[in-house]
Design a protein around this ligand. Structure first.
Ligand code: ATP
Length: 230
């Protein structure tokens, strides 16, 4: 379980403090698919970065089962991020001079995992292993970045606009892979998106505004990606 309590994160904005997170609390159970919606500047990416340990909050607590990550030493926090979490971003961030297979292995090597073949097939990149990122379409590059993230076998997968650069059909393919792999590997997904349609496939939908969570909706019957209206 992830339990976040009273998170505050502020930035200096001229003479004033700007509260990117203004006392945010949330509980997420293992295996949930959480979608975070909200207007630009509402604090979505800051929330994702803080709960994943990429940025530290001014105050508040972030509890992963028995780990309170704010209390970990830098080295322990690095291990926590390496062993428990993975990220997918809109911009893919593949290494340009490594082929698909080597990019994906980067994730696995971090934990010594040996299940690259099934992950590559799982995201539908079989046959493209030797290509460099620039020889792939946007959707294929995003699938490679998903595969790299999943090769770590994370407990928590954080996604920041993973389909933001993709068209509808390719976005739906990516979401289908994510849902399929989540079912197989049983990890938790926390996804920031501008696309409110994606909320239909989530188990929990969070709306943010001005650094606060203003609505949490639990969805007992998330729909299938194939039923999504865009
Ligand atoms: N490093 C920073 N320094 C100063 N202000 C920041 C920093 N990072 C974020 N902010 C501010 O915090 C607020 C929340 O930003 P954040 O990126 O979390 O919003 P968002 O909801 O993800 O926006 P978008 O949908 O446009 O990506 C914004 O007002 C932003 O300008």
């Amino acid at each position: 379980m992830l339990k976040v309590e009273n998170l505050i994160k502020s930035y200096q904005d001229g003479n004033e403090l700007l509260y990117a997170l203004n006392s945010v609390s949330l509980t997420v159970e293992h295996g949930e698919f959480v979608v975070i919606l909200g207007p630009s500047g509402s604090g979505k990416s800051t929330f994702l970065n803080v709960i994943s340990g990429l940025e530290s909050p001014d105050s508040g607590s972030i509890l992963y089962d028995d780990y309170e990550i704010g209390k970990l030493q830098q080295k322990e926090l690095t291990l926590f991020r390496r062993d428990k979490t993975a990220f997918i971003f809109q911009a893919y961030y593949l290494l340009p001079f490594l082929n698909v297979e080597a990019n994906i292995k980067m994730g696995a090597d971090l934990k010594g995992n040996q299940h690259i073949r099934e992950i590559i097939d799982g995201v539908g990149l079989g046959g493209l292993e030797q290509r460099l990122p620039h020889e792939l379409s946007g959707g294929q590059q995003q699938r490679a970045s998903i595969a790299r993230a999943l090769a770590k076998k994370p407990d928590f997968l954080f996604c920041d606009e993973p389909t933001g650069a993709l068209d509808e059909e390719t976005s739906k393919q990516i979401l289908t892979y994510l849902k399929k792999l989540q079912k197989q590997l049983k990890f938790t997904i926390i996804m920031v998106t501008h696309n409110s349609s994606i909320a239909q496939i989530a188990t929990k939908v969070i709306k943010m505004s001005s650094g606060r969570i203003v609505e949490v909706t639990n969805n007992a019957h998330p729909c299938d990606v194939s039923e999504l209206t865009w």
